[in-house]
Ligand binder design. Structure first.
Ligand code: ADP
Length: 192
């Protein structure tokens, strides 16, 4: 199975992606985790993306794609993937479509997690004070939410038009969101 997750910062996509990967036996690929790993390991790609990630700006498409392509191909060969954090823009979605076309595969479902901005902000403030990520400062959190809002309407339309978009209410407790996600994906996994 191949699934894409779209969610605002604080939307819980990392947590849900881990659970989806476990249930369906597919690989979890998180673009943010991948980039942070490169930054921590000081690879040349890590040096290139560090500034964008620290500011909460999107990494340029060519760089993001170069880093994600191999993990996607490998995961696809291993039975599928849940992609958390990519694509994030329509141009990335078009590039992802091109990769899928070359591999001769399609994406089965795109889940869009909906969460009001003030709730996302509260959640991320909590994470920041818990000694979380370096980009969980008030200023960068606000910027990440702005970047998300700016790019996501068109991205969601892109997938709605293709008939594979499912919206998920991300406000309930984590396990309830997981149930809603599994309900959607069980249908996708076993189409009539
Ligand atoms: P969040 O959704 O909470 O902001 P992520 O871990 O998904 O966190 O992403 C962290 C950062 O990594 C982003 O702010 C951005 O700098 C970079 N990033 C992640 N995914 C992408 C992507 N698909 N394209 C460009 N930049 C990305």
């Amino acid at each position: 199975m191949r699934v894409l997750l779209i969610a605002p910062p604080g939307g819980g996509k990392g947590t849900q992606a881990t659970r989806i990967a476990g249930r369906y036996g597919i690989t979890h690929i998180s673009s943010g985790d991948l980039f942070r790993r490169h930054v921590a390991e000081r690879t040349s790609e890590g040096e290139a993306v560090a500034g964008y990630v620290a500011r909460g700006d999107l990494v340029p498409d060519d760089l993001a794609l170069r880093m994600l392509r191999d993990p996607i191909v490998v995961a696809n060969e291993a039975g599928g993937f849940v992609l958390d954090g990519f694509p994030r823009t329509v141009s990335q979605a078009e590039a992802a479509y091109e990769i899928a076309r070359q591999l001769g595969v399609t994406v089965h479902a795109v889940l869009s997690f909906e969460l009001p901005r003030d709730v996302a902000l509260e959640r991320l403030r909590g994470r920041g004070t818990d000694g979380g990520r370096a980009d969980d400062t008030e200023e960068v959190i606000r910027h990440r939410l702005d970047v998300y809002a700016r790019n996501t309407t068109a991205l969601i339309d892109f997938y709605r038009t293709r008939g594979i978009l499912h919206t998920i209410d991300a406000r309930p407790p984590v396990h309830e969101v997981t149930s809603a996600v599994f309900t959607v994906l069980d249908e996708v996994d076993h189409p009539d």
